[in-house]
Write a protein that binds this ligand. Structure first.
Ligand code: HEM
Length: 139
């Protein structure tokens, strides 16, 4: 068994649970109770969450890129069309990275934050589908 490949796959999936699972949870679960809060209280809560996203988000972005590059560089005999779908996945990944960095900023309007999280949840779901497809292409 290739232990490094296993570790790299685990790291990639772990990063993905934070980068995609976080916004999905924010959009589907947290948005409702947050919407019922007074504006000032909500902003305080969101700014505290942003500080956590800033530190933890950067770690998972770095891990996702490093493990993803390792996965990619170890691929051999890729089927026709693989690189095109991989490139499309990267466009959505760039969106996820950019918006995760933006969500780490303090003082962002609550409505904007909610819109960004919804966009991330959609991009995340698409990236998961594309990743599953990339895998299925090789089976
Ligand atoms: C938000 C960031 C990302 C998410 C949510 C994500 C998600 C995923 C998921 C769910 C898989 C399938 C895991 C498996 O079945 O083992 C995967 C595989 C993969 N990812 Fe990512 N990924 C992200 C970023 C990246 C980056 C930045 C790269 C490259 C630089 C990358 C390269 C790959 C490669 C090469 C595979 C293997 C695909 C295959 O089976 O051929 N990913 N990714």
């Amino acid at each position: 068994m290739d232990f490094v490949a296993l570790l790299s796959r685990w790291t990639h999936i772990l990063s993905m649970t934070f980068l995609v699972g976080g916004p999905l949870y924010a959009y589907l679960v947290l948005a409702t109770p947050l919407g019922g809060m007074a504006a000032a209280e909500r902003r305080k809560w969101e700014d505290a969450a942003a500080a956590r996203i800033r530190s933890i988000g950067l770690i998972f972005i770095t891990l996702a890129i490093a493990s993803g590059l390792y996965n990619l560089l170890n691929k051999v005999n890729l089927p026709k069309g693989y690189h095109m779908w991989f490139g499309i996945k990267m466009l959505f990944v760039l969106h996820i990275i950019a918006v995760t960095v933006l969500l780490g900023r303090a003082g962002v309007e609550s409505a904007k934050r909610a819109r960004w999280s919804a966009g991330l949840a959609v991009s995340g779901a698409i990236v998961l589908l594309l990743s599953a497809y990339l895998r299925a292409m090789q089976l």
